[in-house]
Design a protein around this ligand. Structure first.
Ligand SMILES: Nc1ncnc2c1ncn2[C@@H]1O[C@H](COP(=O)(O)OP(=O)(O)O)[C@@H](O)[C@H]1O
Ligand SMILES: [Mg+2]
Length: 239
């Protein structure tokens, strides 16, 4: 596996205030699983699109996109690897097949592979408890095993609640758009004292692998949505 897989999806807010556009690097080999959280309209899906675009540039990368809302990603309708609404669980299973095959050695391929869980809490809330428990079990397994096989999870949700992550919170890096509650900040190891209030879509904080010393305020760059949607659609058509 490559030991450095760099993307640069956000800019440093502090430097932006000094009129400098600086894109800190994120090494996906070290920080393989991500949570994107924030209020409605805070720019989560947009950031996910920016990240998907950057993922699409890694050779032979695959992305399974589960989407409980079928709203921001409608342009992907009908494409393989896009799992809206009732097909959400099928996306999880298809990703699971790749994981299990790499695990038992049937698949020696280590190309980058993502599962994106859009509106994760909305999806889980919609399930009866028994199904939810079964899915959480899968999720925990994926989160624990993903890293060694160049597999990656991106969870997108409005409010972080411990039960949507269970024991595997520590396996995630976080970009929190909009302002966090004290509980949510604590849960992911943010140093709340060092967080400034943020305003507007795309503004928030990032913490990599729970390292609050490296926590930083970030901004998602303004994107041209139709262009970005088009690029992502092309990726899904070809992957
Ligand atoms: N980085 C951005 N560049 C351009 N527009 C943005 C950006 N972030 C958010 N927006 C605008 O805000 C709206 C809501 O953003 P969205 O990503 O859908 O938020 P969320 O998924 O958190 O509800 C988008 O439809 C878009 O119009
Ligand atoms: Mg959204």
């Amino acid at each position: 596996m490559m030991d450095r897989q760099i993307i640069r999806p956000v800019v440093c807010a502090e430097m932006l205030r000094a009129n400098l556009t600086y894109y800190p690097e994120i090494n996906l080999s070290a920080a393989n699983n991500w949570i994107i959280m924030g209020n409605v309209g805070s720019g989560k899906s947009t950031l996910a699109k920016v990240m998907i675009y950057m993922i699409s540039r890694f050779p032979n990368s695959k992305t399974f996109l589960c989407d409980a809302k079928y709203d921001d990603f409608r342009t992907l309708d009908g494409l393989t690897h896009y799992y809206p609404l009732d097909s959400y669980e099928r996306g999880l299973s298809d990703f699971g097949v790749i994981l299990e095959n790499r695990l038992i050695g049937n698949d020696l391929n280590r190309s980058m592979c993502w599962i994106i869980l859009e509106e994760w809490s909305a999806f889980l809330s919609s399930l009866p408890k028994s199904r939810r428990d079964a899915i959480m079990e899968k999720f925990i397994r994926y989160a624990m095993l993903s890293r060694s096989f160049n597999l990656h999870i991106m969870v997108i949700l409005q409010r972080a609640d411990a039960r949507w992550f269970d024991s595997v919170r520590d396996n995630f890096s976080v970009i929190a758009l909009s302002n966090l509650s004290r509980e949510a900040a604590m849960m992911f190891g943010f140093d709340r004292e060092a967080m400034r209030p943020v305003f507007g879509a795309g503004a928030g904080h990032m913490i990599i692998n729970g390292n609050s010393g490296a926590q930083q305020e970030i901004v998602v760059p303004r994107v041209d949505m139709p262009q970005l949607d088009e690029a992502i659609k092309r990726y899904f058509m070809n992957q």
